[in-house]
Design a protein around this ligand. Structure first.
Ligand SMILES: Cc1cc2nc3c(=O)[nH]c(=O)nc-3n(C[C@H](O)[C@H](O)[C@H](O)COP(=O)(O)O)c2cc1C
Length: 335
């Protein structure tokens, strides 16, 4: 079955990509991803020297919450709670890392960068390009990014500067918020080739016995299978407003989740938690499920179904509402 698709002008053998994070932090992982026939890999985000402290992580940096709610020996429901910021090496290490990944991989490799001032974004993006990456993703949406940076003042200028500085496609990764559509439109106006929707949510948890925040003691990134329902909404809204392609990310655990994202308008889907929690062969299981679906539905290419569910969405004014009895009288009386 042909799962191939085209994204930002690149040919992908699958819509499933490995999202930036701990599963794309060394060259061996790129080889493992390639063995799973993924569409592409987004490398762990590197931050500018100003944020050098973000290259050092607290340990432990992850906690799996609600892990005990297992079904069939594999966790189908969990919250992955984590605090992990930038790539753990220097900038020089990162440029070499990209070059090595390209040497060992036939799948497209995206660099991922984080900075504050436009000049640093430009410098990072230019080096990602010079190191041989096929595209660059701008991680403007980390749940742990320093507090004072906001979309209007910092990131709009950064996107425009990067787009001007490089020839490779520029993808902007946005946070889940009420502004996703607006920010996607701005990213598009600034010349971005695509948007990635959405980064993990900034969350928090407390231990009632110690009465202290868990793990490293501060806010954390949270996500898990449940997160997809938020991102389904954001992808569906953005897909109806922007022309650039969408790479969806958030809570995809199965082939059905990938298909749902495509039905809602995404071109590719980035996954990470499923690999961290259930292993690399989760990707093979996803591919099998997608292929079986395509066969059952007689679909030759995933392009055929992209956005199809959006066309079937009901307008709020046209939602069929129940209008039977009781029309009046007390509503909370059990008859
Ligand atoms: C431990 C961890 C580290 C992550 N690090 C990064 C990162 O460096 N840059 C980035 O853009 N996203 C990062 N992410 C977000 C993922 O790339 C991905 O978008 C997100 O986890 C949603 O996908 P998932 O639900 O399949 O995990 C990280 C996520 C986790 C769980």
């Amino acid at each position: 079955m042909n799962l191939s698709t085209s994204f930002v002008g690149l040919n992908f053998q699958s819509p499933v990509m490995i999202a930036s994070g701990p599963a794309s932090h060394d060259v061996n992982q790129i080889t493992l991803a390639q063995q799973q026939h993924v569409g592409a890999v987004v490398l762990k985000t590197v931050c500018s020297d100003k944020y050098e402290h973000m290259r050092y992580w607290p340990r432990p940096r992850y906690k799996l919450l609600d892990w005990d709610k297992q079904i069939g020996g594999r966790s189908k429901y969990f919250t992955l709670y984590s605090y992990e910021q930038g790539y753990s090496g220097t900038l020089e290490d990162y440029w070499k890392f990209i070059a090595e990944c390209k040497r060992h991989s036939t799948v497209p490799v995206f660099g991922s960068i984080f900075a504050d001032v436009a000049g640093d974004w430009k410098m990072l993006a230019a080096n990602v390009e010079a190191s041989g990456a096929d595209a660059v993703e701008l991680d403007i949406s980390s749940p742990h990014k320093p507090g004072s940076l906001d979309f209007e003042t910092t990131f709009t200028a950064a996107i425009a500067a990067v787009v001007k500085a490089v020839k490779i496609p520029v993808i902007v990764k946005l946070a889940a918020s009420a502004d996703v559509v607006q920010q996607s439109l701005v990213a598009q106006e600034c010349g971005a080739s695509a948007v990635t929707l959405c980064n993990r949510i900034r969350g928090f948890d407390v231990d009632i016995e110690t009465q202290r925040p868990i793990l490293h003691g501060n806010f954390a990134g949270v996500g898990g299978p449940w997160a997809k329902y938020y991102t389904f909404r954001h992808v569906a809204e953005a897909a109806q407003s922007v022309a650039v392609p969408i790479s969806a990310t958030g809570g995809a655990m199965t082939g059905s989740d990938i298909i749902k994202y495509i039905l809602l308008g995404a071109t590719t889907v980035q996954v990470l938690s499923v690999v961290m929690v259930n292993g690399w062969d989760s990707i093979a299981a996803m591919h099998k499920e997608i292929a079986e679906y395509m066969q059952r539905k007689k679909i030759l290419s995933l392009d055929e179904i992209r956005g199809r569910a959006l066309k079937a969405m009901a307008h709020p004014d046209e939602i069929v509402r129940w209008s039977g009895e009781p029309k009046s009288g007390p509503r909370n009386v059990w008859k």
